[in-house]
Structure formats: C-alpha cells, structure tokens
Design a protein around this ligand. Structure first.
Ligand code: MN
Length: 146
C-alpha cells in the first residue's frame, strides 16, 4: 500500500509540514502545491493517486481548482478531498455538490487523515494496474484497517 502519490494543496506552511510528515511516515509520497493553479498543473503532470485540496488558497480557491481538474480529461477522475476549516453546518453538502469525493476538516485529526488516505489509495491506482498486468497486486497486504 505504500508509495502512492498524494498531492497536497495547502497554503499554510505548518499544515503542509504536518501533511508531509504524516504521509511520508506512512510510506506515501507527497507532491506539494501552495496555490490552486499550481495544483492543477502538478495534477496534470503527475497523475497523483489522491489530491487533498485546501479550500482557501491565495489564488483560485479549492472549488475553482477542482472545477479545472474535472474539466481536464487527464485529471477528471482523480479522487479529490476538500480540506475544510472547522466544518460549518451545510459544508459537507456544499463540497460534495461541488464534486469533491469527500472532505477532511481542520484542525486535522491525524488518525482520520491516515485512515482516509488509506481508504482512497489502497487497492486503486497503481495496485489495481499491477494486478491487471499480472497479479502483482498480491504484494499489497491488507492491515485490516479498511
Ligand atoms: Mn488555506
């Protein structure tokens, strides 16, 4: 389950460091963007396995960046989770309606972050591709946390 690439889009340095430290400690690779437009570029270039998208960003916001990802065939089907500041009532519906696959609220709960990233990365992307190409997917061991 390790080695998947997670694109983290976050303009707050401390939050970015937290994402990087936690994800790398769990064996994920991170791609990092501090603006929405850079996120769109990186996603198209690298096809990450998962995108964690802050909503409040210095240029285009996370909803607009998501719209651009969905409008581009290269990135249209990437799983994208919204990173929302302390969830207000109704936010969940708003972000899901905008096309996000899910969301994580900040301040971040580390266990929830790890569990959610696993949920979206395990058994998809590279692992599925390897399995389709010759059964190498069995290298992926489950740890029962699905
Ligand atoms: Mn922000």
């Amino acid at each position: 389950m390790a080695g998947e690439r997670v694109l983290v889009v976050e303009d707050n340095e401390k939050n970015m460091k937290l994402f990087r430290d936690v994800l790398q400690a769990k064996g994920y690779r991170t791609l990092e963007a501090t603006t929405g437009s850079r996120a769109v570029e990186l996603a198209a270039e690298h096809s990450p396995d998962l995108v964690l998208m802050d909503i409040q960003l210095p240029d285009i916001d996370g909803v607009e960046a998501l719209g651009r990802l969905r409008a581009d065939a290269r990135t249209a089907s990437l799983p994208v989770l919204a990173l929302t500041a302390q969830a207000m009532q109704g936010d969940r519906e708003r972000f899901l309606a905008a096309g996000f696959d899910g969301y994580l609220s900040k301040p971040l709960n580390i266990a929830e972050l790890v569990a959610t990233v696993r949920q979206y990365c395990d058994g998809r992307g590279r692992c599925d591709t390897q399995a389709a190409l010759g059964g190498a997917g069995e290298q992926q061991t489950e740890d029962g946390e699905r």
